[in-house]
Write a protein that binds this ligand. Structure first.
Ligand SMILES: NC(=O)c1ccc[n+]([C@@H]2O[C@H](COP(=O)([O-])OP(=O)(O)OC[C@H]3O[C@@H](n4cnc5c(N)ncnc54)[C@H](O)[C@@H]3O)[C@@H](O)[C@H]2O)c1
Length: 314
């Protein structure tokens, strides 16, 4: 029997996971839910399943084996708690929420139930990131510079701090996750944010830019900066500097410069498909070893991001 998987949230990333899940012979889509019922129906019709305007009705009627949470950051909480109460494994998109407390509470419940979870920090599945990790483990960086310099994405919720958490929480979290994966946990966190209004988005109350400086027990420093004022994704990734070494780690490329020469490569895996395969494999077999970011690990990244937000505010 295929695993019956429901998708909650039929927007951009929900559609991407649905597309992946539909390619898997051992998965049946057990319904799609979205508060925008027309969106849910449209995606559901595409995959020959039922659309719902309320995820609670979907869970009650379909009783799926697992669920994907592809919701705006502010919509987390009640769905996770319902899934945990039902003992239902879930994949959640990042970020885990917009505040420090809610993900802590959910993580405790996940742990108490021993529930299978996975979080959408898809960069972790890039083979170029595996390679970057090998390199920096052999030659520890003294400085890392991370960037998320991008335009304002389309969803209206993104511009409101209460709904998205702001750019650091919603987007740059990928870079904070990557720097944790490559350099470990920082000892000290400093941050500042630029609260200037976005001229083209008068409804926005998020910061226009932010920068965090992290210091590691070794003394190494990482500076992670964000802005959404530019008109295209002009700089997104992590640059690492060690003795006679520069590593430029981006989503679609890895560049390693040494005095002897430069090596460039591109990922050979689709990281979204890889994370979906890992979750479905674990769901079907009980073998969780391919899941690189379960909820508890995503929580550690969320904690770091919350430290940055806190530091910028204070
Ligand atoms: N891993 C990645 O690279 C990546 C990429 C894009 C988005 N995301 C994350 O995925 C999440 C969704 O982003 P998106 O771009 O798909 O947004 P989106 O706005 O396109 O889609 C979200 C959908 O959720 C629906 N929704 C809102 N509240 C709901 C609720 N309570 N119940 C059911 N549906 C609800 C909305 O109507 C919308 O259709 C965000 O947290 C975002 O950070 C991750």
């Amino acid at each position: 029997m295929p695993a019956r998987v429901a998708v909650l949230g039929a927007g951009f990333i929900g559609a991407r996971h649905l597309k992946n899940l539909a390619t898997m012979p051992d998965v049946a889509i057990a319904g799609v839910a979205d508060v925008d019922a027309a969106r849910a129906h449209e995606q559901a019709a595409h995959y020959g399943t039922t659309g719902y305007g309320d995820w609670r009705v979907l869970l009650e009627r379909e009783r799926p084996d697992a669920a994907y949470l592809c919701l705006p950051p502010c919509a987390h909480g009640e769905p996770e708690e319902a899934l945990i109460a039902a003992g239902m494994p879930f994949f959640t998109e990042k970020p885990l929420g917009t505040t420090p407390d809610l993900p802590e509470r959910i993580a405790a419940q996940v742990q108490a139930r021993g529930l299978l979870t996975s979080a959408g920090y898809h960069w972790r599945y890039l083979d170029t990131v595996d390679r970057a990790r090998e390199i920096v483990q052999a030659t520890p960086p003294r400085l890392a510079m991370g960037y998320w310099f991008d335009y304002v994405p389309p969803p209206a919720w993104w511009l409101r701090r209460e709904r998205s958490g702001g750019q650091v929480v919603e987007q740059t979290t990928h870079i904070f996750d990557l720097v944790r994966h490559l350099l470990g946990e920082p000892q000290r966190v400093f941050a500042a944010a630029c609260p200037a209004r976005l001229a083209q988005h008068p409804e926005a109350d998020i910061d226009a830019a932010a920068s965090a400086t992290l210091q590691y027990p070794s003394g190494a420093i990482a500076v992670i900066s964000s802005t959404c004022v530019v008109h295209y994704p002009c700089r997104i990734g992590l640059w690492l500097y060690a003795e006679d070494l520069v590593v430029e780690c981006r989503e679609f490329s890895l560049r390693v410069e040494r005095p002897q020469g430069t090596e460039t490569s591109e990922p050979t895996v689709d990281p979204f498909l890889a994370e979906d395969r890992a979750f479905i494999h674990a769901l079907r077999t009980g073998d969780r070893s391919a899941i690189r970011v379960p909820y508890a690990e995503a929580l550690r990244t969320h904690r770091l991001v919350m430290r940055v937000v806190e530091a910028a505010q204070s």
